[in-house]
Design a protein around this ligand. Structure first.
Ligand code: ADP
Ligand code: MG
Length: 357
C-alpha cells in the first residue's frame, strides 16, 4: 500500500511542446493518502487516462516525479511499482481458462500454488464467476470478459495501489451496482490505495471518499461529495456536478451586494472584499433558488418533468436560471425567484473568491 505523491507532473504527447495548450497534463501537484479511495472525475479528454497511466508507469511524464511512500518510482515499470490496473476494455488471455487468467498475475509474482488457489477461488466467488473456473475465456461475452479483467486486478490484494480506468463501461447497469459495492467492500477489507476513473458523477459520488475533479489537464478540486456540491472552487465543478449543474450569473459586485440587470442581491455575511469589486460571477445551485410570487420577476422558458421533480428554466434579464420544483409543486402564474443566500458562491475568473450566508 502506498501514499502516492505527484510532484509537479506535466505531460505532452507531441515533441517540442511550446504552450500550455500542447500539454495533456498541465500541472498536477498533489499527494494521495495511503489507503484512500479516490475517484478521478472529468469530461472526456481532460487527461484522466493520461494521469492514471503516469501513476501506473505505462507513461513516463515529460516533467515531474512520482513518489510511492517517499520513494521516487518515476523510472520504474508497472510491475516494479507493484500496481494492478484495470482498463476500460477487457485485457485477458483468450486461450487460457478463467482460472488461469486470474492465477497468472499471482504465479508471475511467485505466490505459492496453495495461496494462488485460495485467492483465485475467493475472487471468482466475489465476482460471481465461481462456476466458470475451467471455461476458456474465448467465447465469453464482452462484459463477462471484463469481469475477468476486474478479477485479475482484484486477485492481488497486496498491491501498492489498484487503478481502474472506467472499468464498468461495458458492464450492464444492474451488474454495475453489484460490482461497485463489492469494490467498496474490498477496499474496506484490504485498505489498498484505490484510484477510480469515471466521467459519471453518480458513480464518483457514491463510490469514493474523495473526488478529484479534472478539467483541461488540471486538477481543479479535490473534495468530499458535499464539499464539491456546496463549495465548488471553480465554476466548472459547479456546472459538472449536480443535475442540472450550478447556475452561473454574471454580476457586478459592490460591497456586499451583487447587481445584474435591474436586480440587486444581498450577500449578507460575505467577507469584506476590497479587491472584489466589479464584474464577477455568482454561482447558485438550482436547489437554492425558490420560485414563487416574491422576489425578482422572471419568465419561464421551459419546464422539464423528470419524474421525482421538475426542472424549470427561468429567464431573468436574458440570463437563464434553472430552478428545481418538487413533483407536486406548480409554476406560479406571475413567477418570481429568490436566491437562498446560504447557497451563493462568488467567482472571479471562474475561481471562487467569496460567498454569502
Ligand atoms: P480522458 O481519459 O480524460 O478522456 P486522455 O488522458 O485520454 O483523457 O486524453 C487527454 C488529452 O491527451 C486529449 O486531448 C487526448 O486527445 C490527448 N491524448 C491522449 N492520448 C494520446 C496519445 N497517445 N497521443 C496523442 N495525444 C493523446
Ligand atoms: Mg480515458
Amino acid at each position: 500500500m502506498a501514499r502516492i505523491e505527484l510532484d509537479h507532473i506535466r505531460h505532452a504527447y507531441g515533441p517540442n511542446p511550446k504552450s500550455d495548450a500542447d500539454y495533456a497534463l498541465k500541472e498536477v501537484h498533489h499527494t494521495w493518502e495511503d489507503g484512500g479511495a479516490y475517484a478521478l472525475l472529468g469530461p472526456s479528454g481532460c487527461g484522466k487516462t493520461t494521469l492514471l497511466n503516469i501513476i501506473s508507469g505505462l507513461i513516463h511524464p515529460s516533467h515531474g516525479q512520482i513518489l510511492f511512500n517517499g520513494q521516487d518510482v518515476t523510472d520504474l515499470s508497472t510491475q516494479e511499482r507493484n500496481i494492478a490496473q484495470v482498463f476500460q476494455f477487457p485485457v485477458i488471455y483468450d486461450t487460457m481458462t478463467v482460472y488461469d487468467n486470474l492465477a497468472f498475475p499471482l504465479r508471475n509474482r511467485g505466490v505459492a500454488e496453495a495461496d494462488v488457489d485460495r485467492k483465485v477461488r475467493e475472487t471468482l466467488e466475489m465476482i460471481d464467476l465461481a462456476d466458470w473456473v475451467n471455461k476458456k475465456a474465448r467465447g465469453l461475452t464482452a462484459d463477462q470478459k471484463q469481469k475477468i479483467s476486474l478479477g485479475r486486478g482484484l486477485v492481488r490484494s497486496d498491491v501498492n495501489a489498484i487503478l481502474f480506468d472506467e472499468p464498468l463501461t461495458v458492464i450492464d447497469p444492474h451488474m454495475k451496482w453489484i460490482l461497485r459495492s463489492q469494490l467498496k467492500e474490498l477496499h474496506r477489507r484490504f485498505g489498498f490505495t484505490m484510484v477510480y476513473v469515471t466521467h459519471d458523477q453518480t458513480e464518483a459520488l457514491t463510490f469514493a471518499q474523495k473526488v478529484v475533479v479534472m478539467y483541461e489537464g488540471e486538477i481543479v478540486q479535490i473534495g468530499t461529495p458535499s464539499e464539491l456540491f456546496e463549495r465548488p472552487k471553480h465554476t466548472f465543478v459547479g456546472y459538472f456536478i449536480g443535475s442540472p449543474g450550478m447556475n452561473v450569473v454574471p454580476v457586478e459586485i459592490e460591497g456586499k451586494q451583487a447587481r445584474f440587470g435591474g436586480q440587486t442581491v444581498d450577500l449578507p455575511g460575505a467577507p469584506d472584499m476590497p479587491a472584489a469589486k466589479g464584474r464577477m460571477e455568482l454561482g447558485i445551485r438550482p436547489e437554492y433558488v425558490r420560485l414563487g410570487r416574491e422576489g425578482m420577476p422572471v419568465s419561464i422558458a421551459k419546464v422539464e418533468d423528470i419524474g421525482r421533480h421538475k426542472i424549470v428554466r427561468t429567464q431573468l434579464e436574458g440570463q437563464e436560471i434553472a430552478v428545481i420544483l418538487a413533483e407536486d409543486e406548480d409554476v406560479p402564474a406571475d413567477p418570481h425567484i429568490v436566491f437562498d443566500t446560504k447557497g451563493i458562491n462568488v467567482y472571479a475568473d471562474s475561481w471562487r473568491v467569496a460567498w454569502g450566508g
